[in-house]
Design a protein around this ligand. Structure first.
Ligand SMILES: Nc1nc2c(c(=O)[nH]1)N[C@H]1C(S)=C(S)[C@@H](COP(=O)(O)O)O[C@H]1N2
Ligand SMILES: [Mo]
Length: 304
């Protein structure tokens, strides 16, 4: 079992609510797995994790954006239970050596799952801290074999209006789609999340597998992915298609570039209460040391 990051801190160290896993049982379990050489999910914390206090399970799973289930913040929690997430397959295609349908089980058997506690900043100016479990997207792309001409990665969410009532309305041109430049997709901070707090990711958060790109506005982190395409052209991205003046292809978190209709200089941390003081938004959502180099020489007000 690969273990690429030294574990120094997990969510159970930084959260007051030790409700989902008993830490001692967890440690004993990992030790047994290592000793027995049993392959299983490893939730070692990585040195990419923030030490900020994570939001609670209830906050993370009841305040969501997932327009396939409605546009209200509590709609996904109310309606996403209708989505069948097993069996699940992801079609990986385009400029790859091994195109095809990959089952969720086969993907999970090949990937190393770890914990990443990331800040998450929605373009609407609310934010959370979320203890994801997931694997690096680079590992999945490498499994499919990225060909040398590929420059971008395109992602699509499933279309299944019988289970996703929002798709009977034109909230977004379906399927919800997003894209990354290949170097962004291959960056070690970019993960496919499959869990939260060590449990399977709930439907409302994008089961069984959703993208998390922590230095970009939340809408880039596309949920319930069924298609990944390697391409040499900049892919279509839903919010960029709807209103390109307001939602750029890059959509890197940037406190100095306001949304045309509101400031991006500060944010409301969910759970702080409505009267809580807003906190300053950080460049690249606090991940500048890791990712600013990807955008060297680019005018970030033009390439917003
Ligand atoms: N398929 C799909 N993915 C999506 C969305 C959506 O409506 N549909 N909303 C996006 C937005 S705007 C945000 S802020 C995040 C919210 O993720 P969360 O509900 O897990 O916090 O999901 C993103 N991914
Ligand atoms: Mo968002």
């Amino acid at each position: 079992m690969a273990h690429r990051f030294k574990s120094d801190l997990t969510w159970s160290d930084v959260t007051p609510e030790n409700v989902f896993l008993n830490r001692r049982a967890f440690m004993a379990g990992s030790a047994a797995m290592v000793a027995g050489g049993i392959a299983g999910p490893a939730f070692a914390a990585s040195n990419y994790s923030t030490k900020e206090e994570p939001n609670t399970w209830d906050e993370i799973t009841n305040y969501n954006n997932f327009y396939e289930f409605g546009t209200g913040k509590s709609d996904p929690a109310e309606y996403a239970g209708a989505l069948t997430t097993s069996p699940w397959k992801v079609e990986i295609g385009g400029m790859v050596d091994k195109p095809g349908d990959y089952s969720f089980e086969d993907i999970m058997a090949a990937m190393t799952v770890e914990e990443r506690i990331y800040r998450f900043r929605c373009v609407e100016a609310w934010s959370m801290v979320i203890p994801w479990n997931g694997f690096e997207l680079a590992d999945l792309l490498n499994m499919a074999g990225v060909q040398s001409g590929a420059k971008y990665v395109a992602f699509e969410t499933l279309v299944r209006p019988e289970e996703m009532w929002g798709q009977k309305r034109n909230f977004v041109p379906w399927p919800y789609r997003e894209g990354l430049r290949l170097d962004e997709a291959m960056h070690p901070l970019t993960i496919m999340a499959t869990g939260i707090y060590g449990k399977d990711i709930p439907n409302q958060n994008g089961a069984p597998m959703r993208l998390v790109v922590p230095w970009k506005y939340g809408f880039k982190s596309i949920k319930s992915i069924v298609k990944i395409t390697l391409t040499d052209k900049q892919p279509e991205a839903s919010w960029n298609m709807i209103q390109p003046r307001e939602y750029g292809f890059y959509s890197n978190v940037n406190p100095e570039v306001d949304h045309p209709r509101w400031s991006q200089a500060s944010e409301r941390r969910v759970g702080g209460g409505l009267l809580a003081k807003r906190i300053p938004t950080q460049m690249f959502n606090g991940y500048a040391d890791e990712v600013a180099g990807l955008y060297e020489g680019m005018d970030l007000t033009k390439n917003f």
